[in-house]
Design a protein around this ligand. Sequence first.
Ligand SMILES: [Zn+2]
Length: 94
Amino acid sequence: MTKTLADTLAARERVFVNCSHPMCCRSTKLDIQSLIDRLGPDHGSMHDDLVGLFKCSRCEAAGRDRRPVFFTCVPDYDGIDKARTRDGKPTVKR
Ligand SMILES: [Zn+2]
């Protein structure tokens, strides 16, 4: 199953791009909406779909070796929690 940028946006996931250079470790929040504007909603949002698109500008500016980036995906915990508790009113039997 492929996950698309539209899926990621719909799930309200937050995606961070991380630099794997030990001197840097920069982490940047990805703007999913602007990625969709650039690549289209059907573009994959899995690691392999995105990894070639990013490089670390801070390492580039510092003249460090280019290291691959990796992604961290943070689910929408607040939304998940609300959805879970919305229908979960306890019923008290008398
Ligand atoms: Zn870097």
